[in-house]
Write a protein that binds this ligand. Sequence first.
Ligand SMILES: Nc1nc2c(ncn2[C@@H]2O[C@H](COP(=O)(O)OP(=O)(O)OP(=O)(O)O)[C@@H](O)[C@H]2O)c(=O)[nH]1
Ligand SMILES: [Mg+2]
Length: 449
Amino acid sequence: MQNQTIAAISTAPGIGAISIVRMSGDEALEILSKLFHSSHTNSFPSHTIRYGKIMDDSQLIDEVLVSYFKAPNTFTREDIVEINTHGGVYIAERVLGLCLSHGARLAENGEFTERAFLNGRIDLTEAESVLDLIESRSELSLKLATQGLEGKIRDLTQTLRNQLLDIIAKIEVNIDYPEYDDVQELTETILIPNTEQVKKSIQHILDQAVYGQLIKDGVSTAIVGRPNVGKSSLLNALINEEKAIVTDVQGTTRDTVEGRLNIGGVTLNLVDTAGIRETVDQIEKIGIEKSVKAIENARLILLVIDQSEPLQEDDKKLLAMTENKERIIILNKDDLPKKVDRTFKDAIPISSLLKKNLDRLEETIHTMYLSGYLDTSQDVYLSNARHVGKFKEALTHIDQALITARNHYPVDMIEMDLKEAWLRLGEVMGEVSDTALIDTLFSQFCLGK
Ligand SMILES: Nc1nc2c(ncn2[C@@H]2O[C@H](COP(=O)(O)OP(=O)(O)OP(=O)(O)O)[C@@H](O)[C@H]2O)c(=O)[nH]1
Ligand SMILES: [Mg+2]
């Protein structure tokens, strides 16, 4: 079935220098001809730009530049027309309205990219990388997104699939011509070692993906401690903004306060929490429950201790509560005389008030999550949760295949799991006809993308 021509405003809403109305589909040029008046509309060579006027009957709407890209060398592999209007919400909407009244349909979120995928211009990993590219917030997350865009995730996945296919082919030959191959020998010398090789590669990719996901999603970090130790002061000092209220009243912070910090490519998603202590105050109690939840949900805990006071029961409780988590102990108020009666290994003395020694804290966090791990010029990092999920599923099937092989079950049983693994990896690139999945994925895009 022929696709209807779609249209949307592709630039961000609001006032800007230019806005772009984009159309994709067989009728794009024909629709354009009904609203675009130019001194040479009779010929519009592909991949060129024309100056002209957008007219609604005899009314001039705007002076514009129009680019025309003829299929198939276009983003969607369909004809594409892009009308560059003057920036402004109303003008762009007016031009879009004209496109729609002359036969285009309003595009859905991500529909241009979805067409690029459906028409085979890009695979799913590349389409998802477009989204990651748009959402990237640091140099490193941008690098990861471009890895996907360059097709590196596809190539990596395809290599593994070919290796699996090779093993499957050997099994097929054995099933078809059992007289030529000794099953025992085939299993011992080829199936098990080759499958183990694939397993090792997938395992390595999944180990690396932990860093990829960290870069993409950031480290969820909770700032915790008993009241008045300076948690909110620390949040404010780190993000350089007076975001959380700071007072010398115990129990100032009642609700969690969030902030974001980029430390050399590692994004910290910070949550400042209510000070934890025994209390009868109803509101404070709710805040404290939220703090406990924040501790559970966080990957990294910044446990703040006021080193100008002796250690208190509430401090001890928090030390015990966070013992098994990734944690940095922070000895705050280092500008005051030291009264804390215990030493802590690897604790970092700081002063949130004077912003003293924060660089050491940041260095520690950076080393914890990045140093030595990421080399985007050498390795490909999965950062997309869907890809990681599919790789994990593939690994489960490969493990099962190995168990079957080691137990000397018939080779077609090994093959079943290897095929499943091969299919799961295919799903990474979108080799599925699951339209619900595809629709959900592309709906995350903005309109006009
Ligand atoms: N001298 C000194 N005072 C500090 C420092 N950090 C915070 N304070 C003071 O300690 C008091 C409490 O600070 P907050 O940041 O509100 O403490 P909190 O841990 O968020 O407190 P709650 O929200 O009540 O749990 C304020 O008066 C701050 O100015 C520091 O490094 N040195
Ligand atoms: Mg506070």
